[in-house]
Design a binder for this molecule. Structure first.
Ligand SMILES: [Zn+2]
Length: 93
């Protein structure tokens, strides 16, 4: 699934606030691109569990070597919302 502009913004803000490392751990370049959102199926007892949970993930892809980072999307989207809410509350007081 392609990311919406809001998802791209939240993921980018989350990345910037949670890491000071910008180079690729494999090749050392700094040429990152946001990929589409993917979902991994739950795996149990050596098999994909049909009807089990899926984990939505953001992808961060190195433009030089194609190394891919995966990040769980749900906590990032929740964290972004609460951070924005906290910021709004602190400025309204
Ligand atoms: Zn790379």
């Amino acid at each position: 699934m392609s990311l919406t502009e809001e998802q791209k913004q939240k993921f980018t803000e989350w990345l910037n606030s949670h890491s000071n490392r910008s180079s690729c751990p494999f090749c050392g370049h700094n040429d990152w691109h946001l990929g589409n959102m993917i979902a991994s199926p739950e795996f149990a007892d050596g098999n994909v569990r049909l009807g089990g949970q899926v984990i939505p993930q953001f992808q961060l892809i190195c433009g030089y070597c194609a190394y891919v980072h995966h990040f769980a999307a749900v906590p990032i989207l929740k964290d972004s919302g609460s951070a924005r809410q906290n910021a709004a509350e602190s400025t309204s007081e």
